[in-house]
Design a protein around this ligand. Sequence first.
Ligand SMILES: [Zn+2]
Length: 165
Amino acid sequence: MENKDALLIRVGQGYDVHRFEAGRKLWLGGIHIPFEKGLLGHSDADVLLHAIMDAMLGALALRDIGYHFPDTDPKYKDVDSKVLLKETNKLIREKGYQLGNIDATIVAERPKLNPHIPEMITCIAMILDADPSQISIKATTNERMGFVGNEEGMMAIASVLLVRS
Ligand SMILES: [Zn+2]
């Protein structure tokens, strides 16, 4: 993206979903949240960070997290998604962009997430070397409908704006 015709701003969106499993720790937005079950995945299954990374990559048409960090690669087994987010940020900076802002939503019936949101924002801002005011995280339920409503899993969606450095 060194080319001088590169766009000043680029937008991306991300979606991710993970299934709950008893006996796993719940990692969300880079922090551990005490709960009776966690999310299942090859990595720590941090559904929010995954949606944010997919949005960052999507903004620069750089495919998705599965392409950059394949779950068939043993080096990503149980990997901390914060490490992957840092890598993703490095990638977009190498392409000449930096974070404008993130707006993300977590959809889950339980646990109550609102009390944890400020800590998630602090954590994500630190990883991305950004100001907390650039990061919005919201939480909602699915009104007890579907796989989220049945507490089979959790989903997250994110929009990201990148700005040319
Ligand atoms: Zn994921």
